[in-house]
Design a binder for this molecule. Structure first.
Ligand SMILES: [Zn+2]
Length: 102
């Protein structure tokens, strides 16, 4: 069970955004495919709470719908294609992201 007396191993994960090590229970799962229901054959990435909150400046509510839309449109494509398309779509709809990595 979760939260039993001894949090054995208190797993730590690394935030994909800032590289910080945080406790698993303090982190948020982040699935770049926006599909948190399909868990098989997947490794979720994790964000610390701070970075997760930063992400929320973006249209999180519609994010999953958006991802599904792209997937429908492109079918199976490389992650690069997917991300490029995603960025473009988000920018078209919501304007440029404030902090771009590239
Ligand atoms: Zn972080």
């Amino acid at each position: 069970m979760w939260g039993s007396r001894r949090n054995r191993g208190a797993k730590r994960i690394t935030c994909i955004a800032c590289g910080e090590d945080v406790r698993r229970s303090e982190a948020r799962e982040y699935d770049k495919h926006g599909d948190r229901w399909e868990r098989r054959n997947k490794a979720f990435e994790h964000l610390c709470k701070t970075c997760y909150r930063d992400l929320c400046h973006q249209p999180r509510d519609e994010l999953e719908a958006l991802l599904v839309e792209i997937q429908t449109e492109l079918g199976s494509c490389s992650q690069e294609t997917f991300l490029a398309h995603y960025e473009k779509l988000v920018e078209d709809r919501y304007g440029p992201l404030e902090e771009r990595e590239r």
